[in-house]
Write a protein that binds this ligand. Structure first.
Ligand code: GLP
Length: 258
């Protein structure tokens, strides 16, 4: 991975710092493309965990460019971290709509291999849906590479502060900061108050994790995640217990790191 301005090793997770969000996003896309090209075991697909929000936008743009230059997604399976609940999958604010807009409809991914939790289910079906999601991940042999953004309050996926390290895919209530940060995707400003999310335990089972942190608004959270205690108060801090995590940041997000 080229273009890194520097690698900060003062923390138990090294941080690759890039001059700009564009360079950091291009590096993240390069790691994902590498994973797709790596020949998984014969007959196995490359299994990617995907994220939504503003952070991965330029990563997906770069992956679409890679596809147009010849990178095929025909042997790729994807699992998204989360989906709002309740929400119709066709709602423009749903994460499925986000993924179709920014990636799925622009590459040769097979429709039946793009998985997100189903946000349209009634309360009574949610539990079974979450268990089925975990089983689907296991049936695919687990996730090879999980892309993550960082919530401003330290969440990963929708595992809000207070989430247990051994949590699994489940329905969660969204915190006020999360509702505020995500309101832009809902014209009427009405963000669903809940979501179905992979748990922290689920995320930590990925064989490798790529955490991308961009922008000054994440600088304090990144510093707390790396320099503070490993705790439920900042769920992203549990990533420090994983053997294969790469943290990519732009200069603005790394500004509070020593
Ligand atoms: C949402 C998503 C997270 C994402 C976070 C940060 O809560 N569920 O996966 O990391 O927002 O979003 P952004 O990248 O827009 O800052």
């Amino acid at each position: 991975m080229s273009d890194a301005a520097e690698t900060m090793t003062a923390y138990d997770l090294p941080v690759k710092v890039f001059e700009t969000a564009e360079l950091a996003s291009r590096a993240a896309a390069g790691k994902i493309a590498e994973q797709i090209r790596a020949r998984p075991a014969p007959g196995r697909c490359a299994t990617l965990g995907l994220a939504t929000g503003r952070t991965p936008l330029r990563v997906y743009e770069e992956l679409v460019r890679n596809h147009r230059a010849g990178l095929s997604f025909a042997n790729v399976v994807t699992f998204n971290l989360d989906e709002y609940h309740p929400i119709a999958s066709t709602h423009p604010g749903s994460f499925r709509s986000f993924m179709k807009r920014h990636l799925f409809d622009q590459v040769d991914l097979r429709g039946d291999r793009c998985h997100l939790p189903d946000g349209s289910l009634g309360e009574a079906e949610v539990e079974a849906c979450c268990r089925a999601y975990e089983a689907e991940i296991a049936d695919c042999g687990g996730i090879d590479l999980q892309l993550l953004g960082l919530g401003r309050n330290g969440h990963i996926g929708f595992n809000e502060p207070g989430s247990r390290r051994d949590s699994r895919t489940r329905r969660v209530r969204l915190h006020p900061t999360t509702l505020a940060d995500n309101a832009r995707a809902f014209e009427d400003g009405k963000v669903p108050d809940g979501a179905l999310t992979m748990g922290i335990g689920t995320i930590l089972e990925a064989r490798s994790i790529l955490l991308l942190v961009l922008g000054a608004r994440k600088a304090r959270t990144l510093e707390r995640m790396l320099g503070g205690p490993i705790s439920r108060d900042l769920p992203a801090s549990f990533l420090r217990e994983h053997e294969h995590v790469e943290v990519l940041a732009d200069r603005a997000a790394a500004a509070a790191l020593s």
